[in-house]
Design a binder for this molecule. Structure first.
Ligand code: ADP
Ligand code: MG
Length: 247
């Protein structure tokens, strides 16, 4: 059974013309059912993926800057106003999970190091090595592989996990996601631009490029379409991109 069944959004009345309720993806948005173990949020930069994911994380009880329910380190500049307008409907509420944000992973790694000064056990889930002593991509994978297991029901939220991963690293993440999905009780929600991660079989994909945000398919998605067009004929794309500058 997947932990989370549905997310509902009710804008305040009258709808404010300011962040975050002014985002086009939220205009007319009412609810998002979770039907698959893996759900993706896609959309252009600034379309509101992180805004929704972060508020969802806070609603679910995670640390707003990333981490688990237990993580306890200072929060910088976190805006979670949207959380008041969101409601989570659970199949089974979980307290086990993780909110991963590429942009604040450094702070999380430092937090784990601090814990390790008191007890070396803190590094155990990371193979006994400080996350700072691995490359950025290696530390991401160390977290996904060791800390985030499929043994218990869990909710994993990721904001652009591909940020530091090589293509091979992304394939490794797909394999880890497959293990989670197969468990039947681990649910993953991922904001991504990666045409590789997005290919995960049977994933639900929601695009924030529409008003309101709406379901789409892998082959209709912008990351797939644009990457495909580019790889098929880079010269043509360059010609279009550079033509104005070269006139
Ligand atoms: N704390 C904030 N205050 C005001 N505007 C914000 C804040 N955070 C994000 N925004 C704006 O809201 C929009 C959506 O941001 P974000 O959710 O981070 O987009 P995405 O993750 O899809 O790239 C952006 O235009 C951004 O500038
Ligand atoms: Mg973002």
């Amino acid at each position: 059974m997947l932990p989370l069944r549905e997310l509902t959004y009710q804008a305040p009345e009258p709808a404010p013309a300011t962040y975050p309720h002014h985002l086009p993806a939220l205009s007319g948005f009412q609810h998002l059912p979770f039907t698959q173990p893996v759900t993706f949020f896609i959309g252009d930069n600034g379309s509101g993926k992180s805004t929704l994911l972060e508020s969802l994380a806070v609603k679910a009880g995670f640390h707003a800057q990333g981490g688990s329910h237990h993580a306890n380190y200072p929060v910088a500049n976190t805006d979670t106003h949207l959380a008041d307008a969101l409601r989570l409907i659970w199949n089974r509420k979980v307290s086990n999970g993780f909110f991963f944000r590429a942009e604040s992973f450094f702070a999380y790694a430092s937090y784990v190091d601090e814990l390790a000064q008191d007890s070396a056990k803190a590094l155990q889930p990371f193979g006994g090595v400080s996350l700072h002593h691995r490359s950025h991509g290696e530390s991401f994978l160390a977290l996904f592989q060791n800390r985030l297991d499929a043994d218990r029901p869990a909710l994993y939220l990721f904001d652009e996990p591909e940020a530091a991963l090589s293509i091979t690293g992304q394939l490794a993440l797909l394999r880890i996601m497959h293990r989670w999905a197969k468990s039947g009780h681990v649910q993953v929600i991922v904001a991504t631009h990666s045409p590789i991660l997005l290919a995960f079989p049977k994933a639900a994909i929601w695009t924030f490029d529409t008003t309101p945000l709406s379901p789409t398919t892998y082959r209709e998605s912008a990351p797939y379409q644009v990457t495909r067009a580019f790889l098929e004929d880079p010269e043509r794309i360059f010609h279009e991109l550079f033509s104005e500058d070269d006139e």
